[in-house]
Write a protein that binds this ligand. Sequence first.
Ligand SMILES: [Zn+2]
Length: 100
Amino acid sequence: VLERVRYQERPERFEYRLTAKGRDLWPVTMALLRWGDRHYATEGPPRLIRHRDCGGKVTERLQCDRCGADLELHDVEAVFGPGARRHREGEPVDGQPAAA
Ligand SMILES: [Zn+2]
């Protein structure tokens, strides 16, 4: 579901990327993200998932709330939200979509 990928050598740092199996879980991932934001994000969501083309938000039906497009994982990107620490809101999260 996740693979560990080194993205920096000194100091060594890793990130976890979704495998093909993991990418198929994106509706589940989005549901968990929404649940976490609702119940634990007291300072606002740390990450926001946006439609790449127009910047709209992802609805519970996995559609864009701005342009109405049906969204798949490759259509969206993650940006830092108001609850992210040490990052500016709206800044891209490593260009990796929905790897939450
Ligand atoms: Zn859109």
